[in-house]
Design a protein around this ligand. Structure first.
Ligand code: MN
Length: 246
């Protein structure tokens, strides 16, 4: 099993979840929400080849952590992937949109300057602006749009920009989530948990629950769950290869 977007450091029993994820998953991408959290998590967790820990600056806390931007830009030089980063244009965070844009713009520019990075990207109500940033810096690398929730036409645009999509079990809970998952390019979809934030049936999704994604996708893609799991495994390998190339 693979998980391409997990806030593993934020589970109440992070150490246990970490050990279990390492045992059960071939790959887990631990995205952090701030540069200081990346530094602390990297120190606290014993490095494992199957767990990738990356620096990020979550758009929901961009205004509180703006002073850490320089640290983030420094950290990006030493890693092959970045996340969680992005923009959030929903009403709750819109007032801080300018600081979000400043940070995300600097991150994408930095990735291009360094020859490209793989990014786990948050784009709630901000897909067009996220894609505009990629257009400004075409050599930024590869974007993995996490829990994509835009419109059908925004999905088309993101796919045309070469974006990948990481989707989790919680995405299948809504009709819009299912419609988007159905329409995604089948060869650029990988599983994620987005735990502990993402919940199914009131419980945080765990890194190894990303296997439920194949079950959710099967009816939408008119495949068996096994076939869907195979496609996801193949996609995951392809994305890991791309990430390793940088
Ligand atoms: Mn997340």
């Amino acid at each position: 099993m693979m998980d391409f977007h997990c806030h593993l450091d934020l589970y109440p029993r992070a150490m246990e979840v970490y050990r279990e994820a390492a045992r059960r998953n071939k790959f887990t991408w631990l995205v952090t929400t701030s540069p200081k959290a990346f530094a602390a998590t990297s120190r606290a967790l014993e490095p494992l080849p199957s767990v990738l820990i990356t620096p990020g600056l979550h758009p929901e806390i961009a205004h509180e952590r703006a002073a850490e931007l320089d640290l983030l830009l420094e950290q990006i030089a030493g890693v092959k992937a970045v996340g969680e980063v992005g923009l959030d244009g929903s009403p709750r965070f819109k007032a801080r949109y300018e600081v979000q844009r400043k940070i995300f713009g600097a991150v994408v520019a930095r990735c291009a300057e360094l020859g490209g990075r793989t990014l786990s990207v948050h784009s709630r109500r901000a897909v067009r602006d996220v894609l505009a940033e990629f257009e400004r810096h075409p050599n930024f690398g590869t974007a993995v749009m996490h829990w994509f929730s835009g419109s059908r036409s925004e999905l088309k645009d993101a796919a045309a920009h070469g974006c990948w999509f990481s989707i989790g079990p919680a995405m299948f809970e809504s009709a819009n989530g299912r419609a988007l998952a159905e329409a995604m390019p089948h060869d650029r979809v990988v599983p994620e948990s987005d735990g502990p934030f993402a919940k199914v049936g009131g419980k945080s999704v765990l890194p190894w629950n990303a296997s439920q994604v194949a079950e959710g996708l099967a009816p939408l893609w008119a495949t068996t769950p096994d076939e869907a799991a195979e496609i996801l495994a193949r996609n995951g390998q392809a994305l890991l290869y791309l990430m390793g190339q940088r």
